[in-house]
Design a protein around this ligand. Structure first.
Ligand SMILES: [Zn+2]
Length: 187
């Protein structure tokens, strides 16, 4: 089941706000303060003079030798060789910030919306097929087929792009839907 986005954003923001890049990186790299920045030997390439810097106030690290840089999660992800999201989760665990629950029950309104969306996609697919078939299989589409041919549009292109033709009959699509016993979205 998917988490809803705002919950996930909130979680990520909370972990970010509570993650001090300096204290995280200093566990891996020995650092010395110079000006507003902290310097150490880069853990991502071999070097003897420090070109790896951290700007704690900006929350970024950057190496002038190998140009690796980013925020605290980028660092963890690179150092521990895990995905960006795994890095967030690792950091959350260390900070004791719980992940939003995975198995949150969907409300009836959410379920209804999901069902409606599925039905809308189905209806659109049916409509697309209907107009496509009008073009390629029925006498209604004959003039249109000739026109497309004269414009150099091949049968293959018509199929690939699912081109369709709407006959000049206002109730054709709805009649076909009624025949298919398409359910209404309002019930
Ligand atoms: Zn480097």
């Amino acid at each position: 089941m998917m988490l809803n986005n705002s919950e996930m954003d909130e979680f990520v923001n909370k972990v970010r706000e509570n993650s001090d890049i300096l204290s995280v990186i200093s566990k891996y790299v020995s650092l010395k303060k110079r000006g507003n920045q902290y310097w150490g030997c880069c853990p991502f390439h071999n070097e003897k003079t420090p070109s790896f810097s951290i700007s704690p106030d900006k929350g970024f690290f950057y190496c002038f030798g190998c140009h690796t840089g980013g925020n605290v999660f980028n660092f963890i992800s690179l150092y521990e060789n895990v995905s960006y999201f795994e890095a967030i989760k690792m950091q959350a665990e260390k900070l004791g910030i719980p992940m939003p629950a995975h198995d949150k029950k969907k409300s009836p309104a959410e379920l209804k919306r999901e069902q409606d969306m599925k039905m809308l996609i189905k209806i659109n697919t049916w409509a697309k097929d209907f107009f496509h078939n009008c073009l390629i299989m029925t006498p209604y589409g004959e003039n249109c087929r000739k026109y497309l041919e004269s414009r150099g549009i091949s049968k293959e292109t018509i199929d690939n792009f699912n081109l369709g033709f709407a006959p000049n009959l206002w109730d054709k699509l709805s009649t076909s839907f009624i025949k298919k016993k398409m359910p209404s979205l309002n019930n």
